[in-house]
Ligand binder design. Structure first.
Ligand code: MN
Length: 338
């Protein structure tokens, strides 16, 4: 399929590059490093070769979220966002941007999101899970009350928020002791991010800000597969749910979340996601440079789904959610793709 839009696609700046070391064997690091530091050359060639018209770019992980000093977190976020804005300006039809945000301080995060969206034209934010804060007893998850003014701003700006994975801190990783292979994309990323998403839902955040749209990668971090059970455990016990949210968890999942295919190129899993959340809320993505563009595109272009769904997931849903097409353009594209 030509004209695809992909939106979990990362780059690094020198300050954050080393955050990505260790996720591949040392012999692969030179390759990963060069992929992360490139925007205009190898990346464009990969996109051209595999039918990706536009990538919405974001900083690597955990980056800003793992800088406990608030002023430094803010400085790195601004530096990364300024660099990204320059890169996007070179090829605005091929690249768009997600803001990195210093969530250590909700006021600074609000200011930087506002600057990125209203001044730099960014399409939303991508945040790498919880934030570490100097002197804080615990990692900051964004369902906490101090973040609700931030969410009010996200809703007011009308931009999606991509909740991207990071590993749990060592003190919260006892279950992985002796099994480091379970950290990262194998399992811990999904576990960490799924629980964070459920915290957001259960807190009642979406009752207060019903227009918020959260994007989850990796086909929903396992949530579609568990969605029924989350709401129906011990179905014979007639007791009210213990969360603060007013409706069933599934109701929020189906109206406040979008999922991407990043790093999870499996038709069985895609079909389960379609059955839970619907094809209108699933978006094609790669997770470049941690995954290969050809692995994502070759799988997606041939996946056994309807052509209508392929056009929506490959392009139409993202074009609409991020307002990437001028009115009428998506329709022209669909006709051209026949
Ligand atoms: Mn990623």
């Amino acid at each position: 399929m030509q004209g695809k839009i992909a939106l979990e696609e990362h780059f690094a700046i020198p300050d954050t590059l080393m955050d990505s070391a260790g996720f591949v064997p040392e012999s692969y690091w030179p390759e990963l490093k060069s992929r992360l530091m490139d925007i205009q050359e190898r990346r464009i060639a990969e996109m051209d070769r595999h039918g990706i018209e536009t990538m919405i770019l974001s900083l690597n992980a955990p980056a800003v979220q793992a800088i406990p000093e608030t002023a430094r977190a803010d400085e790195i976020a601004r530096r990364a966002n300024d660099y990204l804005a320059e890169q996007v300006a070179k090829r605005p039809s091929r690249f768009q941007a997600f803001a990195a945000l210093p969530m250590q301080d909700p006021e600074l995060a609000i200011a930087e999101l506002d600057r990125c969206v209203t001044t730099l034209g960014f399409r939303g934010a991508l945040v790498n899970g919880f934030s570490q804060i100097v002197g804080a007893a615990a990692p900051a998850y964004y369902d906490l009350p101090q973040y609700w003014p931030f969410w009010a701003k996200v809703e007011e700006l009308g931009v999606p928020f991509y909740l991207h994975p990071r590993n749990p801190l060592p003190e919260a990783s006892r279950i992985y002791d002796g099994h480091p292979w379970l950290l990262g994309p194998t399992w811990a990323f999904g576990q960490e991010t799924a629980v964070h998403a459920l915290r957001l839902i259960g807190s009642g955040l979406f009752d207060a800000y019903p227009k918020l749209q959260i994007v989850l990668g990796h086909m929903g971090e396992g949530l579609p597969y568990s969605m029924w059970r989350i709401d129906h455990r011990n179905g014979w016990v007639k007791a009210p749910a213990k969360h603060k949210a007013k409706r069933k968890i599934r109701d929020y999942f189906n109206s406040n979340f979008h999922l991407t295919t990043s790093g999870n190129f499996r038709t069985q899993t895609l079909i389960d996601a379609i059955l839970e959340i619907g094809a209108d809320r699933i978006l094609f993505s790669v997770d470049w440079p941690f995954e290969n563009v050809d692995h994502a595109a070759d799988w997606f272009d041939a996946a056994s789904i309807s052509e209508t769904d392929r056009l929506k997931i490959g392009r139409g849903n993202a074009a609409k959610l991020f307002r990437l097409d001028p009115p009428g353009a998506a329709q022209d594209f669909n006709q051209a793709a026949e």
